[in-house]
Design a binder for this molecule. Structure first.
Ligand code: FES
Length: 182
């Protein structure tokens, strides 16, 4: 595949260059909740950044570090430690299927495969390594990934679709769930 100038521009685009005064004001407001140690605002800021931009690039790490008077490594180690944070873009809708014991035994793996099928993602594509974007549909609409226990073991198998928890999912119900998300 040949890279177009638009692709090249997209890859060199820095998220920090897109920070608006309003976005920065919202960040400053979050920081005020941590008067004792600004460092404690690191995770809330990373969540806010990822919700806004979809993932956290190098410029985001540097920007947040500078905002909190920290070294970029202090932020980088959080982004690489917590699987929740991504260093690459994922689909607009992220389907996180629990694969821990209760869900695995109740059919979580089959549910995950059905989500892949219904969204046009190769079910054999498993991603490894923190920060890497999960398998994403060609149209960029969906990503599907496994996560560990979502604290809803009594209603296994479960999946978190963006911010909504879906419980007792049967493989047969998956196409209908995906249809509603389109
Ligand atoms: S094992 Fe799936 S929610 Fe706990």
């Amino acid at each position: 595949m040949t890279e177009t100038p638009a692709d090249a521009a997209a890859t060199t685009e820095r998220q920090a260059d897109k920070v608006t005064p309003q976005f920065e004001a919202e960040i400053d407001e979050i920081v005020t909740h941590y008067p004792v140690s600004k460092r404690s605002a690191s995770l809330p800021l990373l969540h806010y950044w990822q919700n806004h931009f979809g993932f956290v690039d190098d410029s985001g790490i540097e920007w947040i570090a500078a905002k909190l008077g920290l070294q970029p490594i202090n932020i980088y180690e959080l982004v690489t430690f917590y699987p929740w944070f991504r260093r690459e873009a994922a689909g607009k809708t992220i389907i996180r299927v629990c694969r821990t014991l209760a869900c695995a035994m109740a059919g979580g793996y089959e549910v995950r495969d059905q989500f892949c099928k219904a969204t046009g993602i190769d079910p054999h594509h498993h991603h490894h390594g923190f920060g890497i974007a999960p398998p994403t549909s060609a149209d960029g609409k969906f990503s599907v990934e496994f996560v560990e226990c979502l604290a809803s073991c009594g209603s296994a198998p479960v999946a978190l679709i963006n911010d909504t928890l879906h419980e007792n999912i049967s493989p047969e119900a998956v196409p209908g769930i995906v249809e509603k998300l389109k």
